[in-house]
Structure formats: structure tokens, C-alpha cells
Design a protein around this ligand. Structure first.
Ligand SMILES: [Zn+2]
Length: 447
């Protein structure tokens, strides 16, 4: 049993309790109690204390959407590309040439980057070689929702609906609750334009029957909406809604080009929404001019945040992502309280956990939950003085301030070092692997 101590313990529980000079009591993989440090010290016999009075203690951060297998393509593709060109001419060819060993390397590097940024749980966007790749969860033990790259209408990596569906079913039977319960399976039919209605229906219904979450890219960029309008005469949200394919177990990704009828369809269905604001801004997708996130928040839609992928956002810092998204929402409608910082923190903690179907296990610091905990170092000038810790977390903190990360009661990052990882070797090997991929794609090798 040990104590996790901080100047502030930010629980993100239902009433947003914050303990000043607080502590979390951890036994095994669970949180036993949360309260004031002196009380916890007195009430429990603990072997050690992690943290001190210069730390902010909060629940492990959650990345609701991340294409880990893209990690080796960081800046490999030219700058200045819109989503359609980027996806068809660069991203898909990259996915098509990646070997199982390269996918594993990319996944390992993604785990490393996420751990350093305080991400304890993430939903992967889809793997092609999951059986070997997921072995890396033993090397850097984060919590993961994994899936297979699921589609049946693409010209690259062609699959039939049956093949794509069977892969998902097999992955579920092999990995559900694997890696000591840190691995669960989700469904990721890529989008309305790359999946047939048959595949979408099979996957969404199968997942709902098992309480598995489905993630679909929806209204991510303008050309996607133009395509569904010209093909079926409906928006992507309308397409899913009218076919009964939106429900509380479905999360729609990006969701930029929505109209207010789409918002009402999302509200009526109970579907969740995941925004990836850095990806949207880098590719000029229109989030700041077309996004209706403030309206969705006002209507009670559950919103979480994702990093999307290395070539899309170029970092996996969920605290920077949180700051950007919160600022965007406020600025879009000239309303400094939409959302408040104390509510915004839920986009990467409790609401994010709920979207992943893990709300009963992670996302807040409460008795009985898994001990997934992040300690932020306050000794940066931007933090001092901390009077409103929620404002500090949303607007001052970045991944660079993450000092210690605990997953399942186990310290994974200590003093900004990922335990058990030879960082220099990992970075060097990743660069070599990326160079080989770039060469095969006829792109410039990384320097
Ligand atoms: Zn994606």
C-alpha cells in the first residue's frame, strides 16, 4: 500500500472535489481512499509516498482516438495538404506498406510518447497486425482499447464485409480483458464513405450487443460531407441516424461539418463525440468556422478529445489539446464560460472514460477505481501561484510538466523517464524504421 501525495488532489468525481495537501491511497491496482494527506497517513499503514507538496495529482489522462500505427510517419508527408489529398495520396499508401514489425515499432513509440504525456488510457484507431503489435503493452503497460482497421470499400487493403467483421470478432475473442485487464476491444469501422451499410450494421449491432464501443469518422472534412450528400442526399450523421446506426455505444470522431439538425440527431441518439482539434487545425479542416461544439456542449452531448495521430497533430499532449479545444469553444461563440475549466477537464478524464466504456474503472480518483494517476510538477513559472487548480490544469499545464504516471497501481513514468525503456535506443531504432518506410514510399528520408 502506498500514498500518492500532492499540493492538490483533483478527483474529477461527481462533485469535483479537490483536496488541498491531499493524498490517494493505493493498494494493488486499486484506489482505496482519497482525502487529506494527514488523515490518509494516519488512517492507513503505507510503505511509501509518491509525490510531494509540489505536485498536482489528477486522474490518468485519456486519449479517445489515436492511430498509433501512424507514429512513424511524423512529418514524413508534405506540409500544407488538405485532408482528402493527405489521406488518399500519403496516409493510405503508408498504411499499405507497413510491415508487422514496423507497426509494432510505431505502436511502441506511440506508447512511449503517450506515457510521457500522462496518457494512461487510449482508444486505438485500428491495427492491421494486432496480434504481434499488442505485445508491446507488456513493455509500456498503458490501458488500451484496440481494434482492427475495419472497412470494405477501399482500393488499398481491400476486404469484404465478411472478412473485416470476422477479424474484429476474432480479435475480441482473443483479447477481451487481456494484459491483466488493461486491454479491451473496440470497433472502428472507418467511415460512412469507406464502409458499406452492411458492414456498418454488422459491426454496430454486434458491438452494442456486447457493450463494446464503436468509433466512426464522421463529417471530418468538407469533401466527405459533399460525397454523402451527392451519393445518398444526406449528411454522414443523417445517414447513420436514419439507419438506426447511432446510439449511446457509438462515438463519432472529428464531427466538424455538422448542421443543427445533425446536433439534434446526436442528442436524440445519445452518441458521443470525439474532437481532435490539433489535427483539424493542422489540415485546415474548418473546426473554427464550421464547428458546433459549443452548441453540442450546451445540449449535453458527451465530448471527449483525441490526438488523432502523429502526422495529423504532431504531438500527443492531451493537456495542450485540452487547452486548445477549451479556448476554441469559448472563442467561437465569444463566451468565456463555455466551457468552464472545471468542466473542461472532464474531456480528457471522466467523460472520456465514459465514451470508452471505462467510466466505472477509470477517469476519476475515487475509492474502488483503478489506480491510474498522473502527477504534474508545479515548479514551472507558468503555474505560480496556483489558486484555481482547474484553470492551471486547463490553461497552464502541458505534457512537459508530467512528472510521474501510475497505471493499475504501477509506476510507469518516474521523474519524466519511462521505466524499463532505453529511450535513446527506442528513438534511434524508430528513426531507422521510419527511414525505410519513407524510402519504400519514394518520400524524403528523415534527417
Ligand atoms: Zn482517425
Amino acid at each position: 500500500m502506498f500514498l500518492v501525495r500532492g499540493r492538490f488532489v483533483v478527483t474529477v468525481d461527481e462533485v469535483n472535489r479537490v483536496f488541498r495537501d491531499g493524498a490517494v491511497v493505493v493498494e494493488g491496482d486499486r484506489i482505496v481512499d482519497v482525502g487529506f494527506f494527514e488523515d490518509m497517513k494516519k488512517n492507513y499503514r503505507c510503505d511509501m509516498v509518491v509525490g510531494d507538496e509540489w505536485k498536482i495529482v489528477l486522474p490518468g489522462l485519456i486519449n479517445c482516438h489515436y492511430h498509433s500505427r501512424e507514429q512513424l510517419s511524423q512529418t514524413m508527408f508534405p506540409d500544407g495538404l488538405g485532408e482528402a489529398t493527405w489521406f488518399n495520396n500519403y496516409c493510405l499508401p503508408y498504411h499499405a506498406v507497413l510491415t508487422p514489425e514496423e507497426e509494432k515499432s510505431a505502436f511502441r513509440l506511440a506508447l512511449y510518447a503517450m506515457a510521457l504525456n500522462g496518457v494512461t488510457t487510449f482508444a486505438d484507431g485500428g491495427l492491421l497486425h494486432p496480434y504481434t503489435t499488442l505485445e508491446t503493452l507488456d513493455e509500456i503497460p498503458l490501458r488500451c482499447l484496440a481494434s482492427t482497421w475495419c472497412w470494405d470499400r477501399a482500393h488499398i487493403i481491400p476486404k469484404t464485409a465478411e472478412e473485416a467483421f470476422e477479424e474484429l470478432v476474432h480479435l475480441y475473442s482473443k483479447f477481451k480483458g487481456g494484459f491483466g485487464g488493461r486491454l479491451d476491444v473496440c470497433a472502428t469501422p472507418i467511415s460512412v464513405t469507406t464502409c458499406s451499410e452492411k458492414l456498418l450494421r454488422q459491426v454496430v449491432e454486434w458491438a452494442r450487443e456486447r457493450g463494446i464501443k464503436t468509433f466512426i469518422h464522421v463529417s471530418s472534412f468538407r469533401e466527405e460531407v459533399e460525397k454523402t450528400l451527392s451519393t445518398w442526399g444526406v449528411t454522414p450523421v443523417q445517414y447513420l441516424f436514419e439507419r438506426g446506426l447511432l446510439n449511446q455505444d457509438v462515438n463519432i470522431l472529428h464531427s466538424i461539418h455538422l448542421n443543427m439538425d445533425d446536433v439534434e440527431r446526436i442528442v436524440a441518439s445519445g452518441a458521443g463525440v470525439v474532437s481532435c482539434p490539433y489535427s483539424s487545425l493542422k489540415k485546415g479542416k474548418g473546426i473554427s468556422v464550421r464547428g458546433v461544439f459549443p452548441e453540442m456542449l450546451q445540449r449535453g452531448v458527451r465530448v471527449g478529445l483525441g490526438g488523432d495521430g502523429a502526422p495529423s497533430a504532431q504531438h500527443v499532449d492531451m493537456l495542450r489539446t485540452l487547452s486548445l479545444f477549451t479556448g476554441l469553444c469559448r472563442d467561437m461563440r465569444i463566451n468565456a464560460s463555455l466551457p468552464l475549466a472545471k468542466d473542461a477537464i472532464r474531456f480528457v478524464t471522466s467523460t472520456a472514460a465514459d465514451l470508452l466504456g471505462l467510466g466505472h474503472r477509470v477517469g476519476s480518483l475515487e475509492k474502488g477505481k483503478k489506480a491510474d494517476i498522473v502527477l504534474i510538477d508545479m515548479r514551472f513559472p507558468d503555474f505560480i501561484p496556483v489558486l484555481d487548480v482547474h484553470q492551471s490544469l486547463v490553461f497552464s499545464a502541458t505534457g512537459a510538466a508530467v512528472d510521474t504516471v501510475i497505471v493499475d497501481g504501477r509506476v510507469v513514468v518516474e521523474g519524466r523517464r519511462v521505466i524499463g525503456v532505453d529511450a535513446e535506443r527506442l528513438v534511434r531504432e524508430s528513426e531507422v524504421a521510419a527511414g525505410k518506410i519513407a524510402e519504400r514510399l519514394g518520400l524524403q528520408r528523415p534527417m
